[in-house]
Design a protein around this ligand. Structure first.
Ligand code: NAD
Ligand code: UGA
Length: 467
């Protein structure tokens, strides 16, 4: 079967960039993204490409090439499903907040709702592709929902096959990850459907990089990849803390171990702990699955990766307070970076949220700068609105947005770098030092600034992982 029309349910951080690249590389296929969120769809259709709902380097160019040609964004879900040969499910799968498995298991209500909608609206044979990250064996549930529709309709020739095709893109590099993937993973039990999806990717991906597995291996590989990546970050952060205590330097240790080809040099940057919408939720999901299958030591093993991550974030906030003579009440602290990593506007699970909340709890006044995160987002993440200026000895912590780094540091006791935005590597330290109150501190939690220049300008410097 050759696919001519694709529908993707969920036009978020994964659906948007993924479908844009498919449309770009496959002009012969009509790709329609649907979403219940009308505001998000309107933003995808905005004539001003600077206002797309997702910020990713290179994304606006891809959208500019394809939108209106073979890439469409709409809230008309039913029609797009009915017209599609292949439907991707790319909806959110957050951690369950209530009920059985709350705090660990994935909340599959959006997956189930979209599967039911596909069951109701699809026509003829439809390949349904899991793009969302899902617990192993979710395809069974989707198959059950779809096959009930097959049986239920008289005289209709509806049929389905389900594939797992997890997405490995990282935010900030989504477009290059999609254009040059390390691998594309397709899990399924129907060779014809697997071939149809592989044919789409083979328009730009070397066939040797297209891996085929059974459904369950594919679903579990996605959780495993994220768990292994997150585990490396917790490992290096644990070693970074030991470096700080012993006089070793985590960058030197990372270089020394990363030169071992068995370990590799990537994903060894110590920092404020991992953020992003997926690592925490996917590991907790793995923990839940291990417990569900009675594998308690395995569950505890993975749980520890998440616990170490929370500890790292709390450790950073405590350390800032203790260096600033044990109190930050009424002190102005310049926070540089709020996104969970550079080159994205996404703040989901950003370490900046918990670190800033802890500092607000201590009564600090934060001046927050981020090149891509807006005031509304920070307000919602911190659970409190920005204050006018608010310097003084007020007990309550407060925050205000800063349009530039120089504005943020005005009168500040400390600069705290929480996101590794490229511009923070090129700061004008003499100009910054001149605006700060002495003694002035730099806490570089990403070790990305020119720390030597900051020292020369008169700041006291703390770098993550530097003893
Ligand atoms: P997101 O929240 O940005 O997007 C999901 C979208 O689905 C939302 O816009 C929501 O309105 C829409 N939606 C939900 N139910 C719907 C329905 N029934 N009909 C139509 N639209 C519906 O989430 P995301 O970051 O794009 O992640 C989606 C999935 O991909 C998750 O399972 C996630 O774990 C996985 N994933 C995410 C990333 C990432 O970098 N963000 C990377 C790989 C995999
Ligand atoms: C991650 C994975 O890298 C993707 O393969 C996966 O598809 C995605 O999760 C997902 O399933 O959502 P993402 O979270 O977008 O991608 O970004 P990463 O580059 O993995 O960074 C995650 C967090 O780890 C960030 O907070 C980052 O700052 C931190 N990190 C990363 C470090 O602290 N040190 C490092 O060396 C690398």
């Amino acid at each position: 079967m050759t696919v001519r029309t694709i529908c993707c349910i969920g036009a978020g951080y994964v659906g948007g960039p993924t479908m844009a690249v498919i449309a770009d590389r496959c002009p012969q296929i009509q790709v329609t993204l649907v979403d219940l969120n009308a505001e998000r769809i309107a933003a995808w259709n905005d004539a001003d490409l600077g206002r797309l709902p997702v910020y990713e380097p290179g994304l606006a160019d891809v959208v500019a090439r394809c939108r209106g040609r073979n890439l469409h964004f709409t809230t008309e879900v039913d029609g797009a499903i009915a017209a599609a040969d292949m439907v991707f499910l790319s909806v959110n799968t957050p951690t369950k907040r209530k009920g059985l498995g709350a705090g660990q298991a994935s909340d599959l209500r959006w997956i189930e709702a979209s599967a039911r909608q596909v069951a109701a609206q699809a026509r003829g044979h439809t390949i349904v592709v899991e793009k969302s990250t899902l617990p192993v064996r979710t395809a069974e549930t989707i198959q059950a929902i779809l096959s009930a529709a097959q049986q239920g309709t008289e005289g209709d020739t509806k049929s389905f096959s389900v594939l797992s095709n997890p997405e490995f893109l990282a935010e900030g590099t989504a477009i290059s990850d999609l254009e040059n993937p390390d691998r594309v993973l397709i899990g399924g039990d129907d060779p014809g459907s697997i071939d149809a999806l592989a044919e789409i990717y083979s328009n730009w991906v070397n066939p040797e990089r297209i891996l085929r597995t059974n459904l369950w291996s594919s679903e579990l590989s996605k959780l495993t990849a994220n768990a292994f990546l997150a585990q490396r970050i917790s490992s290096i952060n644990a070693i970074g803390a030991l470096c700080e205590a012993t006089g070793a330097d985590v960058k030197e240790v990372a270089r020394a171990i990363g030169s071992d080809s068995r370990l590799g040099s990537k994903f060894l940057a110590a920092g404020p702990g991992f953020g992003g919408s997926c690592f925490r939720k996917d590991i907790l999901n793995l923990v839940y699955l291990c417990r569900h299958y009675g594998l308690e030591p395995a569950a505890q093993y993975w749980e520890q990766v998440v616990e170490l991550n929370s500890w790292q974030q709390q450790r950073i906030a405590r350390l800032v307070v203790s260096r600033l003579f044990g109190t930050v009440s009424g002190k102005r602290l310049a926070v540089l970076g709020f996104a969970f990593k550079a080159d994205t506007n996404d703040t989901r699970e950003s370490p900046a949220i918990s670190i800033c909340r802890d500092l607000l709890e201590e009564g600090a006044h934060l001046a927050i700068h981020d090149p891509k995160v807006g005031v509304d987002q920070i307000t919602s993440d911190l659970g409190q609105g920005a204050s006018a200026s608010g310097l003084g000895l007020a007990d309550e912590g407060s925050w205000q947005p800063a349009a530039s780094v120089l504005e943020a540091v005005e009168g500040a006791d400390a600069v705290i770098v929480l996101t590794e935005w490229g511009q923070y590597a090129q700061l004008d330290w003499p100009a910054i030092a001149a605006r700060m109150r002495r003694p002035a501190w730099l806490f570089d939690v990403r070790a990305v600034t020119d720390a030597e220049a900051a020292r020369v300008a008169g700041l006291r410097v703390w770098l993550v992982g530097e003893g």
